[in-house]
Design a protein around this ligand. Structure first.
Ligand SMILES: [Fe+2]
Length: 205
């Protein structure tokens, strides 16, 4: 997925957020508790979403053909990136997982997140079982920590512009995308008791 890059330094609220997360990562490097780190980033993203003028006007412009992944900044240490995803009504991601931990919060509009679990039968056939399907309102924040995350798909479920802020534990300017793998070619199948197959551990972390 191609992304755009902000043409200017991030706003003061985003710069303060980045400085705070850098300090959190320094602490995490000392004790190695990644889940605690990601939870702390989630706690810091919540007040950022409530701050006025988080984004400059040109960081809010959608693309006509698909949602716009927009890189606001990469941390000075290159350990994480902050992106805005800008969505017109109906725009939708592929079904995907991620290369790194991520914390996501809705800034405005209404998004819908559908989670999936990858299943496999004894013959090796694979499919996706739909899981939690939830609307996400402004101010709501969630986190994904591989390999325990679920596969998901996100869309603008409202009738107005939607914007979400994403913190990824990688240098997106180097790796290009937070997406690890897309699963759009797999069939969808509801869970059904004995025919539900076995969960697949599709990668190690
Ligand atoms: Fe995602």
């Amino acid at each position: 997925m191609q992304h755009s890059v902000s043409a200017h330094p991030p706003t003061a609220p985003v710069q303060a957020f980045v400085a705070d997360v850098e300090r959190m990562l320094d602490t995490q490097a000392a004790d190695g508790d990644r889940d605690a780190l990601v939870a702390a980033v989630q706690g810091r993203l919540e007040p950022l979403l409530a701050t006025p003028d988080v984004l400059a006007p040109d960081d809010r412009i959608p693309w006509p053909d698909h949602y716009r992944p927009h890189l606001l900044t990469v941390a000075p240490s290159r350990r994480f990136s902050v992106m805005a995803l800008i969505w017109l009504p109906g725009q939708v991601t592929p079904i995907h997982d991620h290369i790194c931990w991520c914390v996501v919060g809705v800034l405005e509009g209404v998004e819908r997140e559908q989670r999936f679990s990858l299943r496999q039968d004894t013959a090796g056939s694979r499919w996706l079982a739909p899981g939690v399907d939830a609307l996400v309102a402004p101010g709501e924040v969630s986190r994904l920590t591989p390999p325990d995350e679920n596969i998901h798909q996100v869309r603008n479920a409202g009738s107005t512009l939607a914007i979400s802020l994403h913190v990824y534990g990688a240098d997106i300017s180097v790796c290009g995308s937070s997406v690890n793998q897309c699963f759009d070619d797999l069939p969808l199948r509801e869970e059904s008791g004995m025919a539900s197959g076995a969960p697949v551990v599709w990668r190690e972390q």
